[in-house]
Ligand binder design. Structure first.
Ligand code: DAH
Length: 369
């Protein structure tokens, strides 16, 4: 309810104080309730208008009505009150008008737009691969990108002069010459060293998947990069056979590329597997025909097959390095495989330039949201 100035019977300082306090409280309440321009105008008029404004009423009902002996005192209080009310009304009005200097938050402004990022297509592809194997009971293991010669080569049964140790392929860290060969640091050329690292820590049986970055001294072009990604797999248990390897990988390829792909295993060589194989999947771009309409199919180079990974049965020589942790090659066996993620991602997304993944161009990456 709007405030009305009361008539005073008692003009003592104490009674005046009380009257002033309730007037100011009413002012506070009314000023807080003002919402728009019309209400602002009404508010101002109610308190300051010459004719019938609250201050005018105060003048009439408190000052003019005061008995002679209180006039001086009441006059002073009323003058004080006037100044205070005027100032409060004006500042209440000002505070409620948007000012250029006003630091209050304008909730009608649009918010700050923070664009949501997208999962990088390589990470996404890695996660898809991991997902498939996780359902088969594999867990994820990781290892360092800066690796020792021991884990990258020696414990994986690379003979001393194997070409993969050659500076052509391997990026060695500088100033390692004074160290024994096996302690020399390099950028790992594959994720296979994590096989040994994990077998040192965990006893068999073991089923792991190892995603990660690897480096080789390859100049960048449409299909090469000095940094790329691999996913390694390792399964060790009793009585693991090449049949398990084939069945596992065949299932994984169907899960990744569609149920109609076929797999083909061709003899190969890796120092850490025996026997070793390269695994191909029938081309899921051309359906294995080698042609797309009248054009040759480029991804499979018209062969109808795409090479996806290297694999094989873990070489007993590798187990010798971790024999003390329960990996006795007389008792256990295992298979391993390693695939290049970048190439798989290129095939999945139909890209013809590997470099697109690493240039950080938002226009490219945005398409994977
Ligand atoms: N490490 C191999 C490479 O980078 C790939 C590979 C082949 C991994 C056979 C394996 C395997 O685990 O059994 O070329």
């Amino acid at each position: 309810m709007a405030y009305t100035v009361p008539k005073l019977k008692d003009f003592s300082p104490a009674a005046l104080d009380k009257a002033v306090a309730s007037l100011l409280a009413a002012l506070e309440k009314e000023s807080a309730a003002v919402r728009n321009d019309d209400e602002r105008k009404d508010f101002r008029n109610r308190w300051l208008a010459r004719k019938d404004g609250v201050l005018t009423k105060v003048n009439d009902l408190w000052l003019k009505a005061a008995p002679k002996e209180s006039k001086r005192e009441v006059g002073q209080r009323v003058n004080q009150l006037k100044a205070e009310v005027e100032q409060k009304v004006e500042s209440a009005l000002k505070g409620r008008m948007p000012q250029a200097s006003d630091s209050a938050i304008d909730i009608s402004l649009p918010g700050v737009h923070r664009p949501i990022g997208a999962e990088h297509p390589i990470i996404r592809t890695m996660n898809e691969i991991i997902f498939v194997f996780r359902n088969l009971g594999y867990s994820v293991a990781e290892g360092p990108v800066i690796e020792t010669d021991y884990y990258n080569f020696e414990a994986l049964n690379f003979p001393p002069n194997h070409p993969a140790r050659d500076t052509q392929d391997t990026l060695f860290l500088a100033n390692q010459e004074l160290k024994p060969t096996r302690e020399r640091l390099l950028l790992r050329t594959h994720t296979s060293p994590v096989q040994i690292r994990t077998m040192e820590k965990l006893k068999p049986p073991l089923r792991i998947l190892v995603p990660g970055k690897v480096h080789r001294n390859d100049p960048p072009d449409a299909s090469h990069s000095p940094m790329f990604h691999q996913v390694e797999g390792l399964a060790v248990d009793m009585n693991i056979t090449f049949g398990d390897l084939k069945g596992t990988l065949d299932h994984a390829m169907k899960a990744l590329f569609g149920s109609d792909v076929k797999t083909s295993f061709r003899p190969s060589f890796f120092p850490f597997t025996e026997p070793s194989a390269e695994m191909f999947v029938s081309c899921f771009i051309c359906g294995g025909s080698g042609r797309r309409g009248t054009d040759p199919c480029r991804p499979c180079k018209q062969t109808g097959w795409i090479e996806i990974l290297g694999c094989g049965m873990v070489d007993p020589n590798v187990f010798e390095f971790v024999k003390d942790n329960g990996y006795d090659p007389e008792k256990i066996s295992g298979f391993a495989f390693g695939m290049g993620v970048d190439r798989i991602a290129m095939l999945k997304y139909g890209l013809d330039d590997l470099q697109l993944f690493f240039q950080g161009d938002v226009r490219f990456l945005e398409q994977f949201k």
